[in-house]
Write a protein that binds this ligand. Sequence first.
Ligand code: DAH
Length: 342
Amino acid sequence: MKETIDGLRESFEQELSKAVSSEAVEKLRVAYLGKKGSVTELLKGLKNASADQKKELGQHINQLKKQVEEKLLHQIEAIQAAEEQRAIDGAEQYDVTLPAGGDPGSYHPITIVQRQLEEIFTSMGFTVEDYPEIVTDYECFEAVNVPKDHPARDMQDTYYLENGQLLKTQTSAAQNAILRKYGAPCRSIFPGRCFRNEATDASHENTFFQMEGIMVDKDISISNLIYFMKTMLSEVFERDVKVRLRPGFFPFVEPGFELDINCLICGGEGCSTCHHSGWVELCPCGMIHPNVLKMGGVDPEKYTGFAFGLGLTRLVMMKYGVKDIRDLNSGNLKALSQFRHE
Ligand code: DAH
């Protein structure tokens, strides 16, 4: 019996030295330690031995079993380490410092114009603010003087979350927080994505961009508003643009205006873009309503301010002659990559 044990050990070691894959090692494990494996059979055979033999042989067999287990484990570890090393050595070598090459991609036209506007406004002393797309009813409506049941809400249906929050319908939703953040004086712009529950067509989308701005200080008047709007639009369109103000109602401004620019497509003669009026509506604005200042923690007796809510998406369409607003959200690279040179 003792010889059998030693013979088994020898043959195991020989076979193990040839087992160079995980599968071969597993086969070996089954052959020696499996239910019908050689070592298992030896242990089973013990039942026929005498009590003394049982003790002595039992020890030898258990020792062999332990050795086999340990050696199998070592072998499998060595194989795995070698496999990992092979994977590392064989991996594609590349230099991460090299330029990417190929197609460099392009900025979305809305990003291009947004950045341009940010540059113009920061050069005039404005800060640029980021604000969440998910806001509360208070931020989006009540804090800008649109209480519950106000008819102005009808024009701004949106998407509601189960917890009562909503996707902001206008960048005006950030006005209160920014007034509270800076107090007076304050000059800030806040571009952002807005959402409305609308049927889509060539000029309506449920997702679009606006860029809001506010300026609050002592003695701010409509002339300041006109100056900033005209400067901004002339820079964006790279020419002197004519603007006009018409009365317009928005609950958060008093007085409120619609700012139109002279149609750049026809130069004011009248065409389909401007509905033959020579003017295009671009930027609603006005003097911030005292209630809005008050809710933002600013004393309306001491300070006044203007606000505007530029339709960024519409401005982009005007600047680049985009006829269908849906093209801007389509992810159509053929259309969007035209702007790569900017
Ligand atoms: N929030 C308005 C809208 O989406 C646009 C607007 C109008 C913003 C007048 C203003 C403003 O700041 O003064 O319809």
